[in-house]
Design a protein around this ligand. Structure first.
Ligand code: SAM
Length: 209
């Protein structure tokens, strides 16, 4: 089975995003594995007019939210089923496109540059950073921001379809790796889990400057 087929199979078991969140919003950005939890999109700074790429965009809800705030969105996901679901819900939003592609392949082929690259439990977690980060960096506008989240090292979580594919890193490792690939101002935060849950979320931000 190919990697795309494996992720397609994983997609079948994924929950659809609710029509509204606890606050009654119809779109929102969720960096963590828990509903109605964690910071919102404001840590990206204003997104209106900015070109946003999401790597491993899943069913597209996070990216769609940024587009409702005025961004242009490109969602890339290796699983064909994800694009179908994303289009069904968000296909009418102008300025938002979804591509079925493996992240490194997309980055090698695209001629576009992006102001923001995000990955929420997405491709940045599942592709060797020494392969992916130089490609991301090469497609980022000066001063652009890369932001991604994943489980802290050692946490249980979304099991990738193939063993060895999850790239859990400590905060110090991310600082070293990102700096080594030309990113600066690396900020790593650990978001506490909600009450009653044991595992938090690691959120990493860095500038292409
Ligand atoms: C755990 S899911 C998270 C999806 C979404 N970001 C969310 O928060 O709901 C991981 C996603 O990354 C995609 N993915 C994994 N490896 C990828 C790669 N190398 N290139 C593109 N997409 C990838 C999977 O198909 C899946 O949709």
């Amino acid at each position: 089975m190919s990697l795309a087929e494996s992720w397609d199979r994983y997609a079948v078991g994924s929950k659809r995003r609710r029509p509204v969140n606890a606050k009654g919003d119809t779109t929102w950005l969720n960096w963590t594995q828990y509903a109605d939890h964690g910071p919102n999109e404001s840590l990206l700074g204003p997104v209106a007019g900015r070109r946003v790429l999401e790597l491993g965009s899943g069913s597209g809800g996070n990216l769609a939210h940024l587009v409702t705030l005025g961004a242009t969105g490109r969602g890339v996901d290796i699983a064909p089923a994800r694009k179908a679901v994303a289009l069904e819900r968000w296909g009418d939003l102008p300025g938002l496109e979804f591509h079925t592609a493996e992240a490194t392949a997309f980055l090698k082929e695209t001629g576009e540059t992006f102001d923001v690259v995000l990955s929420v439990f997405g491709a940045v977690w599942f592709v060797d950073p020494d392969t992916l980060l130089p490609l991301i960096r090469s497609r980022m506008a000066p001063g652009g921001m890369l932001a991604f989240s994943h489980l802290p090292p050692g946490g249980q979580g979304p099991k990738p379809p193939r063993a060895g594919l999850r790239h859990d890193r400590t905060p110090d490792e991310w600082r070293r790796i990102l700096t080594g690939h030309g990113f600066s101002d690396v900020r790593v935060s650990l978001i506490d889990p909600p009450e009653g849950k044991a595992v938090g979320t690691m959120l990493v931000r860095a500038l292409a400057a």
